[in-house]
Design a protein around this ligand. Structure first.
Ligand code: SAM
Length: 284
């Protein structure tokens, strides 16, 4: 079944009486070159048939079908129950795919993989619903599940933020949080015309190979991320002012900044992850 053929898509949608939900971020891929490239990019370099893929939001199953070609198992989590009968039909010839009905933000992903991944190494590959890109990515990264890598299609702006270099305008709290767990890179652009319905913005595929070890040591990760969020929450302010939101008074902050060798006039985007870690350890 060719799910990038417009006549096939229209026929399936009409027969199931399906209408797109904007609230669920339903922009389905119709550009035939994107899914094979994503399936290739998410491949962890292991032999075909020796890894599993967790997909979030299969939609009609266009990416799922490509993933089922390269992986031993595909576990696809879909929230919209109207798509379940559609997927039953479009994935009927893909016996290695398991579709799970649920909300990826609420599911116990660890239990899901224990049940369905057959103990294989797991990668994540998805065209993410744009309205929850960051919560999904942060949830997966913070879960500490041993994903080999995460390859996702996100809105271009989100891709630039997630993969930004320190010190740039695009760099934000989420950039540093992602950097702590993975090495993020933009792989290729996907134009808005590649989707049905077409969104108002272009997208990019990004790849996050997970680090085996964090790039810096810190006593309390919770404090590190609290400081990062506070600093970027008021990014135009200097650190002694913005970090008040993390619950510290100015004299304490000034002393800690001095001890960590950080200028009191610095702003969030001027700090590297190891500098934030040094500051967290000093305040700890
Ligand atoms: N993979 C398909 C494609 O590329 O054509 C569909 C991608 S579409 C951008 C996002 C999909 O995620 C939709 O099928 C939507 O119903 C689903 N979705 C939205 N929120 C979700 C959630 N919280 N958990 C699981 N799936 C969700």
């Amino acid at each position: 079944m060719n799910l990038t053929d417009m006549s096939v898509i229209r026929e399936v949608l009409t027969r199931h009486g399906f209408s797109f939900s904007k609230a669920l971020g339903q922009n389905f891929l119709i550009n035939p070159s994107v899914c094979p490239r994503m399936a290739e990019a998410c491949h962890p370099g292991l032999a075909d048939g020796s890894f599993a893929v967790l997909e979030i939001g299969p939609g009609l199953g266009v990416l799922t079908r490509e993933l089922s070609r390269v992986a031993a198992k595909v576990i696809s989590v879909e929230l919209d129950d109207r798509l379940l009968p559609v997927l039953e039909e479009t994935l009927a010839d893909c016996p290695n795919v398991t579709v799970v009905h649920g909300d990826i933000l609420k599911l116990d992903v660890s239990a899901l993989l224990r049940e369905h991944a057959d103990g294989l190494p797991v990668v994540v590959c998805a065209n993410l619903p744009y309205y929850i890109t960051s919560p999904i990515l942060m949830g997966l990264l913070e879960s500490r599940l041993p994903f080999e890598c995460i390859t996702v299609l996100v809105q271009k702006e989100a891709a630039q933020r997630l993969c930004a270099r320190p010190g740039t305008r695009e760099c934000g709290a989420v950039t540093l949080a992602v950097q702590y767990y993975a090495e993020a890179e933009i792989l290729f652009s996907v134009s808005r015309g590649s989707f049905m319905p077409a969104p108002n913005v272009d997208s990019s595929v990004i790849r996050l190979p997970l680090r085996r070890e964090p790039p810096c040591q810190v006593t309390s990760e919770a404090l590190l991320f609290r400081l990062i969020r506070a600093a970027f929450g008021q990014r135009r302010k200097t650190l002694p002012n913005s970090l008040g939101a993390a619950g510290y008074d100015k004299p304490t902050l000034l002393a800690a900044l001095e001890k960590a060798g950080i200028s009191p006039t610095a702003r969030a985007e001027e700090l590297t992850l190891p500098q934030f870690a040094a500051l967290a350890d000093t305040l700890q």
